[in-house]
Design a binder for this molecule. Structure first.
Ligand SMILES: Cc1ncc(C[n+]2csc(CCOP(=O)(O)OP(=O)(O)O)c2C)c(N)n1
Ligand SMILES: [Mg+2]
Length: 184
């Protein structure tokens, strides 16, 4: 499964729901697919905080909130999963693009390349709606289920890297301004 195509599938199914994206190619691809979509929150610079920010949003709104996180980032701030399990936000869907590497800093293999299962970590943190999928069709099936059923959800999507798209020309201030406006 490739992240770009899977992200398009997420967008096709997500309607107008807020989507928070991990820094780097995850944000770049989201922008290239939907540059005018003000409900995209691009997490440039904030490694490890994608699902933390999505958790905060989920606790502040009734809408479903979608986090597109990365394995290396989630490993760096694994306490996020414990806090999600503690708070039990019914409207939070975390998808982890697991390429088993810190891709954008030189493709160094992460712990998931050596047996760490982020799904199992999530279950140990009391997140009961979980899945690990490695093809887009399975991801689409579980994602649609997550949109229809209470969470919190943790979906680990195993992906293969492909060539990066150009960095998205977005600024944090504008991202925040445009995104916030959609909640008024
Ligand atoms: C606190 C912090 N440490 C290190 C970095 C450098 N850094 C940026 S992205 C990244 C790797 C992120 O890995 P992952 O979440 O798996 O995303 P991928 O690159 O695989 O898409 C690192 C180490 C950073 N931005 N912030
Ligand atoms: Mg990664």
């Amino acid at each position: 499964m490739h992240r770009l195509s899977a992200t398009k599938m997420i967008l096709d199914n997500a309607g107008d729901l807020p989507i928070v994206a991990n820094l780097g190619p995850t944000s770049d691809e989201l922008w290239h697919l939907a540059p005018e979509r003000d409900r995209n929150f691009y997490g440039y610079g904030s490694m490890g905080l994608c699902s933390s920010m999505a958790l905060g949003m989920a606790l502040s709104t009734k809408e479903k909130v979608i986090s597109l996180d990365g394995d290396g980032s989630l490993l760096m701030n694994m306490g996020t999963l414990a806090t999600i399990g503690r708070e039990q936000p019914r409207n939070l869907i975390v998808i982890v693009w697991d390429n088993e590497m810190w891709g954008q800093t030189g493709a160094q293999p992460t712990h998931t390349a050596f047996g760490t299962s982020l799904e199992h970590v999530g279950r140990g943190c009391n997140i009961s709606k979980t899945a690990t999928v490695d093809d887009e069709e399975s991801l689409a099936t579980v994602f649609r289920q997550a949109l229809n059923e209470d969470g919190p959800w943790l979906i680990v999507a195993k992906i293969e890297e492909e060539e990066y798209l150009p960095t998205a020309p977005v600024e944090p201030e504008m991202t925040l301004y445009n995104f916030r406006k959609t909640f008024e």
